[in-house]
Design a binder for this molecule. Sequence first.
Ligand SMILES: [Zn+2]
Length: 253
Amino acid sequence: MSSAAARFATAADNASSEAQSLVMDMRKALNSMKSLAVDFERAGKPDKVKQLEEEVLELMASYEDCAHLAEAVKDVPGAYQLSDQATDFKKLIEAEVNKVKGTSRVSGDSQRLLRQFREAVWDVHHAGQPMPGDEQEDVVMTSTQSIILNIKCPITMKPVIELSNPVRCQDCRHIYDKDAIIDYIRRNKAPKCPVAGCPKVLPHVARINCDSYLLMEIEELRSSGPGATNASDVEDILDDEEDLVDDDEDGDN
Ligand SMILES: [Zn+2]
């Protein structure tokens, strides 16, 4: 890589991590607004709750834009081609943002955050009752599902909330202890995701990393406490699927 290209890549990384930290701040703000709305609901101030919800919707739109940008900016150096004509970076970035929008999980995440907000308010007076509009089961599933897919590293069996170096496979979204998964990949020729029942053959180690949202999602799982997530259900499903796993690690361990 030429030094100009390297500088460009570094600049893109920096821009991306700045956008990411903004995204994380927004996410924290959304959580605070949720607690505030719950307080207002308890205090019998539905107008304030309504107002907060409108603000949440606005913030959500910025959240999505910013999260898409954070993802897209990283890809700009790869898309950039040296030519004798001046590059229209605005256009280049827009094109990357549009690409990211098509594949990103961001809008699913923000729908889930909105859903959590509404659910927290609803539960103040209607705990245990389904929220209006929840009749369609599939809607409930996608919106309340935890985005942490496995709560323990399948290799070390350590809870993900206790991992000092958690990483996630960007294909199947399973989470592992970093050293353990790297060692596992090294020992196996066509390493399959070690989560029971996951058919994924692990991609290159570069695609198994600590993506920008992983630490935040783990932190949210940690602060939501036991029982607040459906992670134990996930664990049950995984236990059931244990039998399905064939031992074809074909490694030399
Ligand atoms: Zn997997």
